[in-house]
Structures are given as C-alpha cells and as structure tokens.
Design a protein around this ligand. Sequence first.
Ligand code: PMP
Length: 391
Amino acid sequence: MRLLYLDYCASAPIHPKVYEHYIKASKELYANPSSAHQLGFESNGIVEEAREDIASILEISPREVIFTSGATESNNLAIIGVARAARKSSTEKVHIITSVIEHSSVFNCCKYLEEEGFEITYVPVDMDGRVSVETIKNSIKSNTILVSIMHVNNETGTIQPIDEISKMIKGKGNIFFHVDGVQGFTKAAIDLSDIDLYTLSGHKIGAAKGVGVLIVKENIKLKPMIFGGGQEAGLRSGTTNVPGVISLAEAIKIGILEKNEKMEYIKKLNAFIVDGLKSIPGIVINSPGGEISSPHILNISSTEPGLNSAIILNLLSKKGIIASSQSACSSKSNKQSRILMEMTNDTLISSNSVRFSFNESVNREDAEYLLDSLEKIIIQVRKNGRFAVSI
Ligand code: PMP
C-alpha cells in the first residue's frame, strides 16, 4: 500500500547527509567528552566545533548555546529555570506571561509553576490563533519576569508577532523573553537579537532524535533542572550526546541553506491543497493562511458531527496517509484540541481536526492523492455513515 507521511511536525526523518555524520560520530567518537584523556579531548573538541558552527550561523556567542535532550527539556529549563532564579532574588511573588496556545511543554510547565506559587497570565488568541502585542503589554506588572510565546503554532501554523513582542519587552526593563522556536526554526524568519531564550529541537529539522538547544543569552540568570557533573556551563548536567550534537549542527547548516527554496516550494504545495479542499464538502480550514501562516502546517476540520479526529485519522491511515490531530505529545489524550477551542470556541471544529504537515519531499501527486482520499472519505461517510467507508 502507498505510504504518504504528512506528520513532519511530529518528527522528520534524519536528513541523508546528516545521517552520514551521525553514523560516523557514533562509531568513532564514542569517548565521553568530559573524560580527561586523549579520546575524551577529541570528542570534546568536536562538540565545541559544533557549538561554534551553530553559534556562528545564528550570530550568537558559543557560550549561549546549551545542548539539551530536545525542546521539551529546553522549554522546561527556560521557564522553570528563570522562575526559580527570580524567586530566589525577589521577595515579591514572581509573574510570568504566556499564551493559551503554547505547546504542552510550555503550558504544563506554567501550570506546574502555578502550583508552586508563581503567578501566571495566559493571554488569549484571536480567531487566527494570534496573540495581541497590546494584551501582552497590558498584562505586564511590576513583578513580571518572563514572557514566553511560541513562534509558529504546531497545530495550525499560525505565526506569532515575535519581533513586535520582543521590541515591546525590550523597552520594559528587566523582563526576559523566551520563544519556543521548534516549528518556526528553518521555516519562518526570526531575528534572535532581542530574544533572551530560544528553544529548538533536532528531530523536527532533520537531525537525530534526542537533541535540542536552549539559547541562553549571556545576561540571563537561570537555575539548572538537572544536577550532576556540571556539563553545559552547569545548566544541564549529563554526558553530552556527541552524535546528536553533530547531527544537529549539520541539520542546522543544511536547514538554513535550503530554507528559502524549500519554503517557496511548500508554499505552492499548500496553496494547491487549499484550493482543492475548497471543492470538498464538509471541510473547513483552520490554519489562517497568508503571511501569518507557515505553509508547512495545514489544519482542517470535518463539519460532519460523527467524523471526529480519531476516525478521520484512522480512515486516512487505511489509505496509507499518516497525519495527526494535535501535537504528538497530546494526541494520545484523545480530547478535543485545546488550541482550536481557544481559537474558535467550537466543540465540533476542535473535536474533528486533522493536522497535515509537509516537507519538500511531498509532491503534487501526493497532494492529489490526499485530496482525492479526503473527498472519498467525506462522500462515503455522508452517504453511508462512517462505518461503511471502504479502503
Ligand atoms: N514545542 C513545540 C512547538 C513542538 O511542536 C514540540 C514537539 N511536538 C515541542 C516543543 C517538543 O519537542 P521535543 O519533541 O523536541 O521535546
């Protein structure tokens, strides 16, 4: 059976060129980079080279690149780390601003901090899934220490006004700005110069799984979450994932180099699919489209009451089409989408959503197959009920 993978936002395959580096490093650089012997020094040298390469591409200092196990850890370190450091130096209750549509690795961190006695403001979004810079500005108080807003939403592709927020915060004294850049990095333009903490993940951009980065600008105070041998400037103890780090540096080089051409292609692919969807009955498009949407993510819902996310995904997978509804980290909970509920306040739309996410290997023929399959599913369900859909 044909296999059409449309879940690149959940995880992407390792890039073939990156894979070569990854395998070579796994075979040859097995020594612990913290070990005080020749092979350890060699591993450490290569890790530091990777750090310098990443820093130079991102125009930051190598000291600002902290390797982690992935974006979940980076987000936890950024938010809990900054919160705890601020609590230590403040007698006031510490206040953090985030949004209602953050990934669970930010959202649940904030929920946890609330239990710990921190004050959290969750700013709402409009129907496109965008936060308002004005609302964030009006939420700032004398005890605000951190604003955490994602760049590109992982369910809808909505791009947040990161530049405007960072400029606004810059004029507000001692407030740090954290950006979860996972779904925007190598996809949408970002200026890191006024961002204090920035999260990225390896396996979303063609690196190996189990590696990520938290960029921590030099003046930022944060407490570690993991204690041990003091690696990563004391912020993240644990043996460095040498092949992972090398794969990440290579994936970033390739990702940045190919970004414009790749995204131009994906934009056209997205437009073709959106156009085709318009003629399929019972489908609404939830991604906002245009300049505020990253085209590698397309979120739709069925308006058929019985055709919820799990059923559509199942029917699609019987045709070899692999997609998801919410982020992989939340999808097993089998609830309606928290993000779409915040955007639309519509239970049907939020329960019946599907997210397709693309990379440059998805071609026009794949797009036609997707449209054709969706149309057949909807028509048959309308005619016979959902259980009568044939493969
Ligand atoms: N943030 C966003 C926006 C994401 O989409 C994801 C992955 N679903 C994460 C954080 C967590 O990434 P990781 O798998 O590297 O922990």
